[in-house]
Design a protein around this ligand. Structure first.
Ligand SMILES: [Mg+2]
Ligand SMILES: [Zn+2]
Length: 215
């Protein structure tokens, strides 16, 4: 048996809705904030919290924005169907937003997948706050993927763990898995190459399904 853990942004989705909303609403400073996080001047948690705090739209604008802008990897549907047909446990662990993930999962018919992600809080149409996926951890993650991976591993101790991701927030969590798939030419794969950590790269999620079903 296998257990799957997938990141969401740039893994299942091809674009990042949070920064797109910020750009769309005239908040371009997120680039400076992300640069400062890259330089270690801000933690990843502080960076994401800043971004979520600066989202300033109504709930219906938000939903419409997701519907109009979210692009999903064309292999996502087939990968999830195959996972489901084999009864493999699958989880999404993301530094994105729950509503965006739910929308994508509905599109690909995988809406029963458990999601660990952040949330915007609403009172009717008005955004009244944010809810981070967990409290601060020792590594200052926004969503602590390291502890999620460990908890999921404990839940399915005999399964081979497959981690699928792309980015900075996957760097520490992915090597805890048995098999890593990293989106080709993104920061996770660049990091793993630099550190000499064995992994597969993918350009579409379909390649992952094809590789695993032929193993
Ligand atoms: Mg990502
Ligand atoms: Zn952490």
């Amino acid at each position: 048996m296998m257990t799957f853990i997938l990141d969401f942004d740039h893994t299942i989705s091809l674009n990042d809705i949070i920064t797109q909303i910020l750009d769309e609403t005239g908040i371009h400073e997120w680039r400076d904030i992300e640069n400062r996080a890259d330089l270690g001047e801000l933690t990843l948690r502080e960076c994401l919290q800043w971004e979520l705090d600066h989202i300033n739209i109504t709930k219906s604008e938000y939903i419409k924005f997701i519907e109009n802008n979210l692009r999903i990897d064309y292999g996502a549907k087939e990968l999830f169907e195959w996972i489901k047909n084999n009864d493999y446990p699958v989880y999404i662990v993301s530094d994105g937003l729950k509503e965006v993930i739910i929308y994508a999962l509905n599109e690909i018919g995988a809406n029963e997948t458990p999601i660990f992600a952040h949330q915007l809080l609403w009172d009717g149409e008005k955004k009244i706050g944010i809810k981070m996926a967990n409290d601060n951890c020792e590594h200052n993650c926004a969503n602590c993927k390291i502890s999620r991976v460990n908890t999921i591993k404990e839940k399915h101790p005999d399964n081979e763990l497959i981690y699928i991701g792309d980015g900075f927030t996957d760097i520490q969590a992915a090597p805890l898995a048995d098999i890593i798939f990293a989106r080709n030419n993104y920061s996770l794969s660049k990091y793993l190459i630099k550190e000499g950590i064995v992994h597969h790269t993918y350009n579409t999620l379909l390649e992952i399904k094809e590789r695993l079903e032929n193993d």
